[in-house]
Design a protein around this ligand. Sequence first.
Ligand code: SF4
Length: 383
Amino acid sequence: MPEFRRADGRIDIKSLTLLEIEAALTGLGSERFRALQVYKWLWQRGVREFDEMTNVAKAVRASLAERFYIPFLDVVAVQKSIDGTHKFLWATEDGHRIESVMIPDDERNTLCVSSQVGCAMACTFCLTGDLGLRRHLKPSEIANQPLQVRQKLDEQARISNIVMMGRGEPLHNLDNLLPALEIYLDEQALNFSHRKITVSTVGLVPQLQKLAEALQVNLAVSLNATTEEQRRQVMPITRKYSMEALLAACRDLPLKHAKRITFEYVMMAGVNDSPADAVRLVKLMRGIKSKVNLIPYNENPDRPTIRRPADAVVKGFQHHLVTHGIQASVRVTRGRDISAACGQLGKADPDKARVDEDRIQAIRIRREGEGYDASRFAFDDIV
Ligand code: SF4
């Protein structure tokens, strides 16, 4: 792993794996087994100072504090929706804003976690995409989100599930995502079951394959279209990885046990909600262990031309899928009043003031209905 250093030269200890902490402690002349103690203080107890690690020798704590620091996200605001959803707005060490959203329902409490500051993928329907990519989040910043939410909420609001569906494309930041997921899964750290963690992607095919080979977490693919052309319009990444290549990769993924891939399908009126789309979607799902999650679009003033389909249209679409053997559910919109619903993260964010001119121009063109030139966005950095 690369080291993440602060201006004072000290290293972010929470972006290190247990093995790396072991190596560091050995280098400081301390016993190897102390690393597990330090690791547990960091991830089970969530301490903020080395001096709080009371079973670690004083001299070792002092050496650790000289070489390392313990990073935390600053809480900027916690907003509560009328439906019980909580949105946590955090500030990173370098002053960026990111969000996590806690969505309680009868059976579970799901935390939606961010993986990047902004996002490079420019999906037409998503406000986060307007920000562009500022930077990848570090492993510590991805893993601190559930830890700090746990610390802020009481036991009854315990997080049961994690979905990597906040700001950013998680697989565009795979190098930092993998160690963060290991912290989620490690029973000496955050101790979540792999069945309770879902990573969502627009379909970065090589990274999807790497993730599936590395860890057995749940996968969600944001599909949102039933033809290549339609998908290129709403998801420019399709120019780099076609829908056909993506679905072929999904068919071949090494899925263990009874795992199915969830296909997210944001329904937009007059774009991808026709009976012909439902028929095509059934065909596209052939040969894939899948379920489909229909997400009626959350309308907002920043996308005046994109409309939410009528409930009857959504139901009819779902009915077609179900009667043709596809498991299909409709996602209930949550947290809309606090801009915490799908596609709304990043709204009213100070980072937005720094949106580059190209992107503003692209949005303007789209609004004026003159056609959306997705070729403006380069994906050459995505391997
Ligand atoms: S939907 Fe996800 S991948 Fe697409 S722009 Fe928004 S945050 Fe990025």
